[in-house]
Design a protein around this ligand. Sequence first.
Ligand SMILES: [Zn+2]
Length: 580
Amino acid sequence: MGTHYRNFKTVVYIPAQIAEKFTAQKLESDYEFLEKYIGLDKVYLESHRGDCDVSNEQLLMIKSFLEQKGVTVSGGITTIIEDFDGAEKGKRRLFNTLCYTDPAMRLRIKEISENTARLFDEVILDDFYFTNCTCERCIREKGDRDWVTFRRDLMKDVSKNLIVEPAKAVNPGVKMVIKYPNWRESYHYTGYLPDVQSDIFDATYIGTETRSPAYADQHLPEYLSYSLVRFMDNAWPGRCGGGWFDTYQCWSVDRYLEQAYLTAFARAKELMHFQWSDLIDNPFVCAMGLQLGKIDKMLDDVSIPSGIPVYIPHTSAGENHFEMRLGMIGLPTEPTPTFPKNASKLILTETAAGDPDIVDKLAKFVQNGGDAVITTGFLRVKQEELIQSGLTESRPTGKKYAVTRYHITGDEAGYIENKSPVLFPELVHCNNASWSLLNGGDGDLHTSIFLRSAYGKGRLYIMSVPENDADIYKLPTAVTDVYKRTLLCEDIDTYISGRNCSMFAYDDGSMVFYRYVKDDLKPDHVRLHTNKKASILKNVTTGRTYPVHEIRFNEDFEEVTEYVADAVLIPGVFDLYRWE
Ligand SMILES: [Zn+2]
């Protein structure tokens, strides 16, 4: 695909302020560093950001230098700007994003788009292309519309009439790319519209910078670096250009690298390293080159990513990132903005309630034989419709249980005591109208934390989400194994019994396992389970094989047969496995 790697291109972004200062000598030495350590296939060279407009002469000097080295050079624009003569003053523009109702700003962004398109055959918009303006003029122009609708209309107009069409008028062959930020759940509040803009822009790109999950502004699970690439690939099939990560708040080399691993495991076509000057003389970059070579070799042997479908309609929010947290406990998930009506298994979080027809779709899905897992957040929002449909009779009461004890019902040894407390919502249900597969309690009381009912040919499961979503990581492995067994299907016939690890599944049966460098920082025993007959488990990366045992046990009053193999996962090491 690139000149340095077979499975992806290595790409670096050059912001305007960096481009402006380049001398030929500095460019040469920086280039040598990047070429030596990560191998440079492509750069996005920015013409405008904030108060900086790089002269065409300087942009052409850099472009020509890099092209002579065999590097592809595309353009970039960051749509932030300082107050300037002619524009209305005194607006409280967070991050200096543009006021897109201001005539002078509209004219200015059109000129920037045209100028950049004259110089480059591909132009990407950095993810400040949102609107948060609530100035007097924007309030007036909004009129009776709500803010989401107003911004939707506004940014459709801006995208078409001020960005893409003017660019194509000066360079008919230019490919216009919109990069979406790592905060999908807020897109519709800020005028980002992947469903509308897919008809306007040629391609998209996605932010996969997860940084420090506990401290970063967007508090993102690490798995987002995989999950959002998959979401955009499903939203704009074949037109997601790549994933974009940076060095910020990455306080260890592993945390930095994990962003690239997961972006690549999702099969992003370009790995965008933001940004040029942060990378120079940075030891992260030295390690990156080594690891990119290993990823590339591993990806030679895997096909298309696969996972349990999670329906994430556009213009939706709620229990944000919970499906990614399931990815962090080893459940491979595949987010999609299209309701996956032909799948056999499905996960719906509160986010899915953004689709006004969701309960009808869900009822048909289950009635036709599908198994759907809904969360307590989804139940809370849709409880009246769900009860009316007959899918469930259960309700959250609003009370909370600090769960220290777990009971896997139907498992003769399924009793787990004295765990650190995790706060769960109380769920009431009618005994024997539905059946609890997992109970969580303290003292003499418990509540169901995983409930099943039947409907038509299929089944509905309700998964309780802890009050702190991230507490899902604290659940005992035997408990999360119940979720994973429930979600086994034709595409995902394996689950990993382990903690603090992810499974990346591919439709040729390949499985990549990765243990995160965090929390309990040591190697860990894991058990891989499959419901398909297997003779050995092979670590394709090392060549090592593991014996497979057949086990039988009771769960939910039925005997289950599984083929299992034990392996060890080391933090920071990814390996490819297959059953044979
Ligand atoms: Zn405004």
